[in-house]
Design a protein around this ligand. Structure first.
Ligand code: FE
Length: 190
């Protein structure tokens, strides 16, 4: 018995440490992937701007040339990524989410909540005209489509089962979102 107890005392902290290390590594890899995506994906996209709010009228053929296929398919073919697969569905970074097509500011992380649906979910957009709404009767359902207010990209849908006073859940596709972490300056000026 004494030997068993000694082994438990020796190995349990080691195993716990291994789990913590694996989780830390996973979070760090995910964070790096998020940052790398935000910084490098727009090199071929001259329309991308996080400060210009002028509406864009770009032909689909042009978007198809300059956007990564996984972004184009969701943004302009209204595809949906599989649940629990996107880079932001359970991401907890503090900062701002922009449109991955045009850079339009869409959501603050303070409006993100832990939905169990498998897609990143927010209870309100960053500002009134950040997104526009369109009735969507596809697949024999009555839904409300959410579109980027600047470029017209399909972002996802909004449902009436969210938290907060408005009870809304903006159910978005990670592929059309860009997360930018808050700097100290951004936090002070918010
Ligand atoms: Fe956009």
């Amino acid at each position: 018995m004494k030997l068993q107890s000694a082994l438990i005392i020796l190995f349990v902290p080691l195993l716990s440490g291994a789990c913590v290390h694996t989780q830390d590594k996973k979070f760090s890899e995910s964070k790096n992937k998020v940052m790398e995506t935000a910084e490098t994906i727009h090199e071929k996209n001259p329309y991308y701007s996080r400060t210009d709010t002028a509406q864009l009228h770009v032909p689909l053929s042009e978007w198809k040339k300059i956007l990564p296929p996984e972004v184009y398919e969701i943004a302009f073919e209204r595809d949906t990524e599989r649940p629990f697969t996107g880079k932001y569905w359970d991401y907890k970074g503090v900062g701002t989410y922009y449109c991955a097509v045009c850079g339009n500011k869409l959501f603050y992380s303070t409006a993100k909540f832990a939905s169990t649906c498998g897609w990143p979910s927010f209870f309100e957009p960053a500002r009134k005209n950040a997104v526009i709404y369109k009735p969507d009767h596809s697949f024999a359902m009555d839904r409300t489509e959410v579109i980027c207010g600047r470029c017209g990209a399909h972002l996802g849908h909004v449902f009436n089962d969210g938290p907060g006073p408005r009870g809304l859940r903006y159910c978005m596709n990670s592929a059309v979102l860009d997360f930018v972490a808050d700097t100290h300056e951004a936090i002070v000026n918010k």
